[in-house]
Design a protein around this ligand. Sequence first.
Ligand SMILES: NC(=O)c1ccc[n+]([C@@H]2O[C@H](COP(=O)([O-])OP(=O)(O)OC[C@H]3O[C@@H](n4cnc5c(N)ncnc54)[C@H](O)[C@@H]3O)[C@@H](O)[C@H]2O)c1
Length: 317
Amino acid sequence: MRVVVTGAAGFMGSHLVDHLLHAGHEVIGIDAFTPSASRECKEANLAGALGHPRFGLIDADLCVAGLAEAFGGAEVVVHMAGQAGVRESWGDHFAAYAGNNLLATQRVLEAAVAAGVRRVVYASSSAVYGCPPPGPCGEETPPRPVSPFGVSVLAGEGLLDAYAQHGLSTTAIRYSSVYGPRQRRGMAVERFIASALTGTPVPLFGSGGQCRDLIFVGDAVEATAAVIASELEGAVNVGSGEAFTINEVLEIIADVVGSAPVLERRPAVAGDPPRERLAIDRLRAATGFVPGTDLHAGIVAQVGVVRGAVMTALASG
Ligand SMILES: NC(=O)c1ccc[n+]([C@@H]2O[C@H](COP(=O)([O-])OP(=O)(O)OC[C@H]3O[C@@H](n4cnc5c(N)ncnc54)[C@H](O)[C@@H]3O)[C@@H](O)[C@H]2O)c1
């Protein structure tokens, strides 16, 4: 089938593009190459897809571009484009969140209805839950985001519900913390690994006792493909279902790299929840998919890629 992937050059979008091409689909990728990572990094993310006979890339901003041609003939749109990051969503930078998470989503949905797209799958986040009670957090938990980022993605979910009235099948995937190769340099696991490899200091916000449900990007993408193929509608959690403290993650990284990240301790930041752990029963029941990559194996894979990038950077001076 023909699938449109927005945010195709990003961390998760590019892995999804590779997965869909491998599965035999025709894929149209759209990306505005925002500064969430360098253009060079994003083009490298698409190295396997560019030149593939079933892949086309459109360099366009969803907030302004006409989307009729890109969406024409598509059965599914997977809307992975967005402005990620909790800490950065405070202050003046919120304009980018309002544009890339809210306006862009409304324009994607409007264009999907106009083009007769059957299904839209949207990248939402566990940030919609805010600070839920301890224990695995199910989709029935009332959303109560505690960051401007969380508010912006929850508003995107509201738009999905509104446009479902036009006959669109819509699903919002609430991802936990996704890690693995191609992770943006600003994200925690990538920064900790780079610090352990190079000795460059890295900030640690809070005590390190905060818990995160970390899911390997390969598992997150397989879960996404399973959701696309399912009839699942509404919100669905995609996470590992397990939680590790950041201190445990740091220990694994030190063990794999052979030296520990160099930490600069900073106070906890508003909007960063003390715990994240998703219940994944709905995903399992609807698709049969259960994430299988354990954290140690996932970090080994990511360290291999970051080590390669560090060596290349050192070699080129
Ligand atoms: N990575 C995670 O751990 C995680 C967890 C939960 C939710 N999410 C959400 O999943 C989505 C993808 O995350 P990611 O980590 O791959 O981020 P990313 O920044 O690596 O990728 C997002 C891509 O979207 C593109 N984009 C942004 N605004 C656009 C616009 N207006 N028009 C066209 N393209 C635009 C960017 O250029 C970027 O390449 C985001 O919406 C994010 O909030 C990510």
